[in-house]
Design a protein around this ligand. Structure first.
Ligand code: PHE
Length: 494
């Protein structure tokens, strides 16, 4: 086995010890022989050398007994039992009442107990000792004990020590370790050449690297187990980091990103998606309608096309919703309630080109804020328009996305949206439970035909905050937006 590389203090200590191989070194003798003042250096070097087998350490724990607060008073004024006994000897009438008149209550009370235990009793109301010499003897022993402090536990009678330990505040015991070191055979055998102290390099500088000095230099080892402060550098908010990840995944899957406004018309947000004009989700209490612009003009022919679809199904063979379609309802300004409002407009502008488009963007709904709801949140939206696109392809695409996010278990269940057929709900398995993360489907002819689209379109919209709750293990969605610095600092890098 190769000899371990010693630290400089270890080299110095061993070299000193080699000169007197039979000596038992005390801390003081080592400090002076090594020319050190810091005890910790000596103890540390001794510890290192002991671990290498070059030195043995003998530890001797001494317990010393010192006077505590009450003990210091007793050594100045005498122990309580002595003062009481002196009073009894001098008193005309050593009665309980007189004792109480001469001593304070906190002394008189415990004092009577102390006296009883050394043989002083009340006989017909007067304090009397059966054996006064014995009482004197005990008191003398106790006084001598107190006056002899501080001493080590070994130097004291254990009976008296136990007695004083049981009395409050008289003595205290402290522990100290004394060490001695002696050199082992292996330590004596180590060559002097290994004990030459070298300058250890703690910091690598440009000068060092440019010179040749580093070749023979000794480098101080890093102790990677030591506690250290965590560097607090700037970083993305976990929500932003998650958005970046979602983006990266869709870009990698061949999608292009769509970014569009959140001020929209009810026409694009709902009518284009064949959501009936009397649908409950369109009510004021569910949707943020705008005062300004309260209304945004829409092209006549577009409104006419939606009207035909809604009233009687247009050319699609559908019967529509019936009733009368209102242009002014269609032109109402609102904050988009889903990002499907943007993908549908993208399709209207590009009705004949196959595409894969996604967006991660903000939507608004009049929700009361609670653990799982916010009035402003984000959706991950996507469409695939392609000849032959089908339900299987939709499910596979969603499964691929979630697998890349780290959730390989995905299932779909039948659902309903006015604009897709079939429609489905996407669920992801998390901690053994299925959680609903979004909706998807294939756009209905009522949606695609008025826009001149004849190729199948797969579409989905999923909640980003819901996904964030899974990724970050949250049970309250609000945590994402309260700027809790401590929490933010401790989030994983996504
Ligand atoms: N827009 C729907 C929502 O807000 C999700 C969805 C998008 C469903 C596309 C089907 C198709 O939840």
């Amino acid at each position: 086995m190769e000899a371990p590389i010693l630290l400089n203090p270890e080299r110095r200590m061993l070299s000193v010890m080699q000169q007197q191989p039979s000596m038992e070194w005390s801390l003081e003798s080592l400090l002076s022989a090594c020319n050190w003042t810091d005890q910790a250096v000596a103890v540390g070097a001794g510890h290192g050398l002991t671990n290498h087998g070059y030195v043995t350490t003998t530890e001797d724990v001494t317990r010393s007994v010192n006077l505590a607060k009450e003990g210091i008073k007793a050594s100045d004024n005498g122990l309580l039992e002595m003062r009481l006994w002196n009073w009894i000897k001098a008193a005309d009438k050593a009665t309980m009442a007189n004792l109480q008149a001469s001593f304070e209550r906190h002394e008189a009370g415990p004092g009577v107990g102390l006296l009883k235990r050394i043989g002083v009793h009340l006989v017909d109301g007067i304090f009397l000792a059966d054996n006064p010499e014995q009482v004197e003897g005990i008191i003398q022993q106790r006084t001598a004990f107190i006056e002899s402090l501080p001493r080590t536990t070994e130097e004291l009678s254990s009976e008296l020590l136990d007695h004083f330990k049981s009395r409050r505040g008289l003595i205290e015991i402290s522990e100290s370790t004394t060490r001695t070191w002696s050199i082992t055979e292996a330590g004596s055998a180590l060559g002097q050449d290994q004990l030459i102290e070298k300058q250890a390099i703690a910091e690598i500088t440009a000068e060092l690297l440019q010179s040749d000095a580093w070749k023979d230099a000794e480098f101080r080892a890093f102790d990677v187990t030591l506690e250290s402060a965590t560097p607090r550098t700037g970083r993305s908010h976990p929500m932003q980091a998650l958005i970046e990840r979602v983006r990266a995944i869709f870009l990698e899957m061949g999608f292009s990103e769509l970014v569009d406004d959140y001020v929209q018309t009810a026409g694009w947000n709902m009518d284009a998606l064949f959501i009936p004009q009397d649908h409950p989700a369109r009510e004021m209490q569910d949707t943020f309608y705008l005062d300004s612009p309260a209304s945004i003009p829409l092209p006549e022919d577009l409104v006419k096309a939606w009207g035909d679809i809604h009233e009687h199904g247009g050319e699609t063979g559908s019967v529509g919703w019936g009733g009368a379609f209102s242009k002014s309802t269609s032109e109402k300004g609102l904050l988009r309630t889903h990002t499907t409002v943007n993908t549908i407009q993208y399709l209207a502008q590009n009705p004949n080109e196959a595409c894969r488009v996604f967006s991660v963007d903000r939507v608004f709904r009049k929700e009361a804020i609670d653990r799982t709801h916010l009035p402003e949140f984000h959706q991950i939206e996507g469409i695939i328009m392609e000849e032959g696109a089908n339900l299987q392809m939709l499910v596979t695409t969603l499964k691929t996305f979630y697998a890349k996010m780290g959730y390989p278990e995905v299932r779909v269940r039948p659902a309903y949206f006015p604009y897709t057929e079939p429609s489905l709900e996407i669920e992801v398995k998390w901690r053994g439970k299925w959680l609903e993360l979004g909706g998807a489907g294939i756009f209905r002819p009522e949606v695609t035909e008025p826009l001149g689209i004849s190729t199948p379109v797969l579409a989905w919209g999923m909640g980003l905050e819901r996904l964030a709750m899974l990724v970050l293990g949250l049970d309250d969605i609000r945590q994402l937006y309260i700027s809790d610095l401590e929490w933010l600092r401790n989030q994983p890098i996504l």
